[in-house]
Design a protein around this ligand. Structure first.
Ligand SMILES: Cc1cc2nc3c(=O)[nH]c(=O)nc-3n(C[C@H](O)[C@H](O)[C@H](O)COP(=O)(O)OP(=O)(O)OC[C@H]3O[C@@H](n4cnc5c(N)ncnc54)[C@H](O)[C@@H]3O)c2cc1C
Length: 241
């Protein structure tokens, strides 16, 4: 579903928490869920922004966690992708329990720093579920017919472990798979300078998203390749070591 009259914004959402009705649930693996939400008072997001999901127990206890948006700004349903963290309060509910028709409380879109404007030439590097905001960037670039302005690098253990692997592989110059060769023929191995070096020149902003260890590795590689630190925007989450 698309609404091309909506333009992305980094403004804070008005009105705080909103109701979101679950319209679609997909489990690409037993540990992942993709959820499409119909959000009351929906405002289009900038690719890279996130929503906060709040769960409330019957005794009134609440738990809130952030989830990056995977959908393009023009889509009327907000898509999130959640990886199950064993014993996690919120991810276990979203992955194991949530069904079509359920209602959640959300706040968003939020975040102006890790957001791509669709114009500035960018290199975006994601590990594991850290690719989720990159998928929104890719979908936006495709809609704007500006694929050349966004280079994606996705990292995971295997192709099947990478959420949205097909999207990432389309928009991607490199799939860095640590345990198997990539479909493009890259041998198995962790992300390294040779993966990034051909894609740095001409890029003005660099997005890095993944676990703390992944984010530190990818950021250090960029700095070693001469990228000024003020051009690197980092978001840390996800379990890929
Ligand atoms: C800006 C931002 C965007 C995010 N986007 C996404 C997203 O798109 N998809 C997504 O799945 N998550 C995303 N996260 C992470 C998400 O907000 C939660 O932290 C995650 O779902 C775990 O929450 P929980 O309540 O299930 O676990 P908690 O109850 O908070 O944690 C349970 C235990 O697991 C540990 N733990 C917490 N997170 C992890 C982890 N990732 N790996 C291993 N152990 C962990 C905790 O230290 C604790 O011991 C994002 C986080 C931020 C800050």
């Amino acid at each position: 579903m698309t609404d091309t009259t909506m333009t992305p914004t980094v403004d804070a959402p008005h009105g705080g928490w909103n109701r979101a009705v679950v319209r679609e649930v997909m489990h690409p693996t037993s540990r992942l869920v993709m959820i499409h939400l119909e959000v009351d008072h929906h405002m289009p997001h900038m690719p890279g922004q996130r929503y906060v999901v709040r769960l409330t127990a019957q005794d009134g206890y609440t738990a809130s966690r952030s989830y990056s948006v995977a959908s393009a700004p023009s889509e009327s349903l907000v898509e999130i992708c959640v990886e199950r963290v064993d014993d996690g309060e919120v991810s276990t509910h979203l992955v194991d329990v949530v069904e079509v028709g359920d209602e959640l409380e959300v706040r968003g879109p939020i975040g102006g720093w890790f957001a791509w404007d669709g114009v500035t030439p960018a290199l975006a590097i994601g590990g594991g579920t850290g690719v989720v905001p990159l998928v929104s960037m890719f979908r936006y670039a495709r809609e704007l017919d500006r694929i050349d302005d966004l280079c994606l690098i996705g990292a995971a253990r295997t192709f099947d472990d990478l959420p949205y692997a097909d999207d990432i592989a389309q928009g991607c110059s490199v799939l860095a798979l640590s345990r198997e060769a990539s479909p493009h023929g890259r041998p198995a191995g962790h992300i390294r300078a040779e993966d990034l070096a051909p894609h740095v020149e001409g890029r003005e902003v660099f997005f890095v998203c993944g676990s703390t260890r992944f984010a530190e590795t990818a950021s250090s590689l960029l700095v070693d390749l001469g990228v000024p630190t003020h051009r690197i925007r980092v978001e840390r989450f996800g379990s890929l070591a």
